[in-house]
Design a protein around this ligand. Structure first.
Ligand code: Z5A
Length: 216
């Protein structure tokens, strides 16, 4: 009896409003059209328990401010649940998993952004995900102002509330962007896409990358 080959694990990273959600769904449609089983999920979140944690993490105003270490541990608590309940079972069945943010966001936001110790984050990463790494990480990169303007345009259109990260200052987001760029420069699984391009141009590049990942 032959078993399914493991599915591919692809993560989408970048700052606010760079187009992760838009392009992850485009990629899912593209893969489905090639008869590849695919799920789209997100972090923090992706399971009922992890979504409860997400609500606490993103809620803009708590009577008691959340300390950075609690924020870090909650990100990994949600990830542990998401991995065991959703990501690993899907991959082992041969389903491709497209994940909107993963541990690189923790390194960028809690490490570079909040200033938490990077080696402690690596220790938690190993504890929670062992040796699992994405097969490919698509980093959508744009100047902070571009992403902020797009996210603002979308929230005006949809009426969505501002979250606990969106109220941070520009300098925080510059450190986060620097974090992503540092990770991309040091890990070969990263592909950086210029997110200021038109969606057509970005998606032409995405199709090339997805085709390469399909190759046996
Ligand atoms: N976080 C963390 O701190 N640590 C962690 O470990 C993890 C997360 C996992 C969750 O955010 C927050 O959690 C996040 C980091 C933190 N906070 N921040 N900032 P999220 O992922 O749920 O939300 P987000 O990062 O703020 O994403 P977003 O605002 O949903 O943006 P997006 O998904 O990248 O963009 P979009 O919704 O696809 O596009 C935004 C708008 O721009 C939309 O109207 C599009 O139609 C438009 N758009 C997109 N691309 C283009 C192009 N190329 N041209 C023109 N218009 C475009």
């Amino acid at each position: 009896m032959t078993s399914n080959p493991r599915g591919k694990f692809i993560t989408f990273e970048g700052g606010e409003g760079v187009g992760k959600s838009t392009n992850i769904h485009w990629c899912a449609d593209w893969l489905t059209a090639q008869n590849i089983d695919v799920i789209v999920t997100r972090e923090p979140g992706g399971t009922p328990i992890a979504e409860l944690i997400r609500n606490k993490l993103l809620k803009a105003h708590h009577a008691e401010p959340m300390v950075p270490m609690a924020e870090l541990l909650l990100m990994f608590a949600a990830r542990a649940q998401h991995l065991e309940a959703v990501i690993l079972p899907a991959l082992s069945q041969g389903t491709w998993v497209l994940c909107d943010r993963f541990t690189d966001s923790t390194i960028a936001y809690q490490g570079f952004g909040r200033g938490l110790d990077l080696s402690s984050i690596e220790t938690l990463k190993t504890l929670v995900q062992g040796t699992l790494e994405p097969d490919c990480t698509l980093l959508l990169d744009a100047p902070i102002e571009v992403g902020m303007a797009r996210a603002h345009g979308r929230s005006v259109a949809t009426g969505e509330a501002t979250d606990r990260f969106e109220i941070e200052q520009l300098a925080f987001f510059e450190r986060v962007r620097d974090g992503f760029q540092t990770l991309a420069a040091t890990h070969s699984r990263f592909v950086t896409l210029d997110a200021t391009q038109t969606l057509d141009d970005i998606q032409a590049e995405l199709a090339i990358r997805l085709n390469l990942l399909r190759a046996p």
